[in-house]
Design a protein around this ligand. Structure first.
Ligand code: ATP
Ligand code: FE2
Length: 331
């Protein structure tokens, strides 16, 4: 079975085509185009216009890259939520149009669950992980328990990527700032005290963001601030992930989301995993960031487990929570 997935929750529009091969995900193509605002943050309407402008060409491109024909596609899936309304609607509209014109079934999927399933689908030993999902808008620790993916911990205010990007914007860096902060942090020499706020299993970043901006205004070395931001936020993320692993007694940890590209975050989580005797997994970068292949793969899993969706039922949900999904494709 071959599925074409359309991802469009925020600044990326992605088209992925995947095939299931003995229960594993075979990625045939995965094309991503990112909307980059000239200045400031993402304007939802402008991002949606960007997606609408490019989606048809990207679909053709991904069909060619996969070496298949439109007639080979058995299913169309799309990111139903969570995300920015105008962006979600654009991806959903493209999916509906394709589904109707090819006369193939449609499936809306949860974006956060897709980040987890692509790890299980593409990494051989990754079977039942705790996912640390760190992107721009999202920061969640997710694991499977009693028929659902449960959120064990999450951000109470902004996502970790957003925190880094906002700091970057305040000090004059281009979007996205995460990679630039990572480079500067390597030259950090002194740790500057920052608020470390974990509440139960949840985390907050906005106090730390304000404190970091204040250090900058007071003339502290930018390298030291970046270093301290990474050390503090990543330690908190690692701590919450470890607690979720202890609570669920799981011995695998998986990273997902754009911030998972960060080497320091990977190292911290890997060290924690090794000390617990657990295994550490991270998908390739193009499967970590927002991408169509993960949407296609989750659509395929859902369809194969007997779930069906009519076009009339394919409404988007900006606040689609991870634990709203009945995970009927797992035991
Ligand atoms: P979502 O819609 O799932 O919230 P997103 O639209 O923010 O995701 P992603 O591609 O998953 O998209 O993540 C982008 C984020 O990752 C940005 O905030 C960016 O700064 C951050 N990022 C990318 N590379 C790095 C890095 N090396 N270190 C830290 N952060 C990074
Ligand atoms: Fe994402």
């Amino acid at each position: 079975m071959i599925c074409l997935g359309i991802e469009g929750t925020a600044h990326s529009i992605g088209i992925g085509i995947v095939k299931d091969t003995k229960g594993k995900c075979n990625v045939l193509s995965n094309i991503i185009k990112i909307y980059r605002p000239e200045h400031g943050g993402i304007h939802p309407r402008e991002a949606a216009n960007h997606h609408a402008t490019h989606v048809a060409d990207l679909i053709k491109e991904s069909i060619e890259a996969a070496g298949v024909d439109f007639t080979d596609i058995n299913l169309i899936s799309f990111s139903q939520g969570p995300g920015l309304g105008p962006c979600l609607r654009t991806a959903a509209t493209a999916a509906r149009a394709l589904s109707l014109s090819l006369n193939k079934p449609i499936m809306g999927v949860n974006h956060c669950v897709a980040h987890l399933e692509i790890g299980r689908g593409t990494i051989d030993d990754c079977k039942d992980p705790v996912l640390l999902y760190t992107s721009g808008a999202n920061t969640q620790v997710i694991a499977f328990a009693e028929g659902k993916y449960r959120v064990f911990g999450e951000t109470l205010d902004i996502g970790i990527g957003n925190c880094l990007d906002k700091f970057g914007r305040a000090v004059g860096m281009d979007f996205p700032s995460g990679p630039k902060i990572e480079k500067l942090a390597e030259k950090g020499k002194q740790y500057l005290e920052l608020p470390y706020s974990i509440k139960g299993m949840d985390i907050a970043f906005s106090g730390l963001l304000t404190a970091s901006e204040q250090y900058y205004q007071k003339g502290k070395r930018l390298e030291d601030i970046c270093y301290s931001m990474q050390e503090t936020t990543f330690a908190a993320l690692t701590e919450v992930t470890e607690r979720a692993m202890a609570h669920t007694e799981k011995d695998e940890v998986l990273l997902g989301g754009g911030v998972a590209s960060n080497k320091r975050l990977r190292d911290m989580v890997q060290t924690m995993a090794e000390e617990r005797g657990a295994r550490f997994f991270v998908p390739s970068k193009d499967l970590c960031i927002d991408n169509g292949a993960m949407i296609a793969w989750l659509g395929l899993l859902m369809y194969n487990s007997g779930i069906r969706m009519k076009v009339e039922e394919s409404l988007i949900d900006q606040r689609f929570r991870t634990d709203m999904v009945d995970v009927s494709w797992r035991d």
